[in-house]
Design a protein around this ligand. Structure first.
Ligand SMILES: Nc1ncnc2c1ncn2[C@@H]1O[C@H](COP(=O)(O)OP(=O)(O)OP(=O)(O)O)[C@@H](O)[C@H]1O
Ligand SMILES: [Mg+2]
Length: 235
């Protein structure tokens, strides 16, 4: 957690409004913390640059106007932004809490398809902490839009499959079940072949190997073949 720079006084001075600092979130790229703003829970994100803050801010407005679930933007000041708190469970925590819960997978495939179809960009960073699931209404919210860019949307699906498989404990049967369910859901919704997603997996594993040095490249072919065979009977 990297939130040491923000204190309540600091935040209140910057936004010229009373902000109550509550707790930091786990974050890698920026400093992110839960605050109380105008009496309501909100999330304050301190970006590394003004450009990143503005980029995400613009995206949040665009998603709001299209109706794709994402936190409502509240206020932006330089490289600081405050957005609505999304009450739910990050997928990463959900998997840890109940490894047999797969109710989030189809809503996530639908969310990604809507984003790819109507925003026409790829999300970029699809780590499992970036999606929040509301069990009551089966809704997925994505919360991190800093790495959105032009490109092949299927890269998001490939990267997501690798994030699922490598979420500890890695490469269990359960993780393969989640990964194949995601591929089936997305390919059905987007009306694309499962093979086209499977073909993305090699590159997705290579990108993951650059991020995480402890992944053995030798096993990639085996993992992709396993996914392929799990999907085969219904192709
Ligand atoms: N609007 C929100 N509602 C609820 N939780 C949020 C919200 N925004 C962020 N979080 C929590 O804070 C964490 C970090 O947020 P975010 O992904 O935006 O920051 P980041 O610096 O890009 O993190 P990372 O580099 O780890 O992806 C999220 O994983 C999530 O748990
Ligand atoms: Mg994030």
């Amino acid at each position: 957690m990297s939130c040491s720079i923000a204190s309540e006084d600091d935040l209140t001075r910057r936004f010229a409004l009373p902000i109550q600092y509550i707790v930091p979130f786990t974050s890698r790229k920026n400093s992110v913390f839960l605050v109380r703003y105008h009496g309501k829970l909100a999330v304050c994100k301190h970006f590394k640059s003004v450009e990143s803050a503005q980029k995400e801010w613009t995206l949040l407005f665009r998603l709001k106007s299209i109706g794709i679930p994402a936190p409502n933007p509240i206020t932006l000041f330089g490289n600081w932004s405050i957005r609505e708190f999304v009450d739910g469970v990050p997928i990463s925590d959900l998997i840890d809490m109940d490894s047999h819960n797969i109710r989030w997978i189809t809503p996530l495939a639908i969310w990604l398809y809507s984003f790819h179809r109507y925003v026409n960009l790829k999300l970029g960073d699809v780590n499992l902490r970036n999606f929040i699931f509301q069990e009551e209404n089966r809704a997925i919210y994505a919360i991190d839009f800093e790495d959105v860019s032009q490109g092949n949307p299927l890269e998001d699906i490939g990267d997501l499959v690798v994030h699922i498989l490598t979420h500890r404990p890695e490469f269990t049967d359960n993780k393969f079940r989640m990964a194949t369910t995601l591929i089936k859901s997305y390919s059905d919704i987007a009306k694309i072949s499962r093979k086209s997603i499977i073909n993305e997996l090699y590159d997705a594993f290579l990108r993951a190997a650059v991020r995480r040095r402890n992944l053995s490249i030798l096993n990639f072919f085996h993992f992709v073949k396993k996914i392929d065979s799990l999907l085969e009977p219904s192709i």
